[in-house]
Design a protein around this ligand. Structure first.
Ligand code: 13P
Length: 255
């Protein structure tokens, strides 16, 4: 049985006050929750403060991005070594917002994946299709291509101790989540695609769903066998809503 992971992606939201307050509230709401891994990914600016505030809690630290180089003359970059140094466990890569606004390619994202593995950090690889691709019936082809960028360069074993987040772009921040059946079909496709290379890795890899997950729709999404938690945007900024989602995952996947 896979242990679900619910992770909050705060995106470009936060302040010192907000970090202090939201983490204090999360600690109250989530102490303790068994049967679900929990993480938050605040903006890089606040990771150190967040780590300090999370001390002794069951909530792990995630980052929203990483650059390729480990040190040197790369003005403005943040390295995997630095993220590791301050206690980050998970790093989101390939988010559609970075693919769109920063023109990140599949190949570039695969390189980030490799750097994270090398440093012992857990990549959370986001994949997913646009609305037009969805309507054109290209969902599986798009997801396969995004996965293959990693599979073909690093092999299936790279997905050991890694996370995939299926985030259909049309569901992100729109309030229009994929239905549980829609998401399950794609999650199964993703797992089967990896299983073609390595059945054991495929069976164990965590596949989160992301896109308008909230306190009302989470439980039903988690009833699906291949949905192993969620990557949560907007609802992760409210401690009570995020806690409902975490508890729904723990409950749905209880063995
Ligand atoms: P929302 O939950 O706000 O739709 O965002 C999802 C997301 O992009 C998480 O990475």
């Amino acid at each position: 049985m896979r242990r679900p992971l619910v992770m909050g992606n705060w995106k470009l939201n936060g302040s010192k006050n907000m970090v202090n307050e939201l983490i204090a509230n999360l600690r109250n709401e989530l102490s303790p929750v068994y049967g679900c891994d929990i993480a938050i990914a605040p903006p890089v600016m606040y990771l150190d403060l967040a780590k300090h505030n999370l001390s002794g809690s069951c909530i792990a630290l995630g980052a929203q991005n990483v650059d390729l180089n480990l040190s040197g003359a790369y003005t403005g970059d943040i390295s995997a070594a630095m993220l590791k140094d301050i206690g980050t466990r998970y790093v989101i890569i390939g988010h559609s917002e970075r693919r769109t606004y920063h023109k990140e390619s599949d190949e570039f994202i695969a390189k980030k994946f490799a750097v994270l593995k090398e440093k012992g950090l857990i990549p959370v690889l986001c994949i997913g299709e646009s609305e037009a691709e969805n309507e054109a019936g290209q969902t599986e082809a798009v997801c396969a291509k995004q996965l293959d960028a990693v599979l073909d360069t690093l092999g299936a074993s790279a997905f050991e101790n890694a996370v995939i987040a299926y985030e259909p772009i049309w569901a992100i921040g729109t309030g229009k989540s994929a239905t549980p059946a829609q998401a399950q079909a794609v999650h199964k496709f993703i797992r089967d695609h990896i299983a073609k290379k390595d059945a054991d890795v495929a069976k164990k890899v965590i596949i989160q769903y992301g896109g308008s997950v909230n306190a009302s729709n989470a439980a039903e999404l988690f009833t699906q066998p291949d949905i192993d938690g969620a990557l949560v945007g907007g609802a992760s900024l409210k401690a009570d809503a995020f806690a409902v989602i975490v508890k729904a995952a723990a409950e749905a996947k209880r063995v």
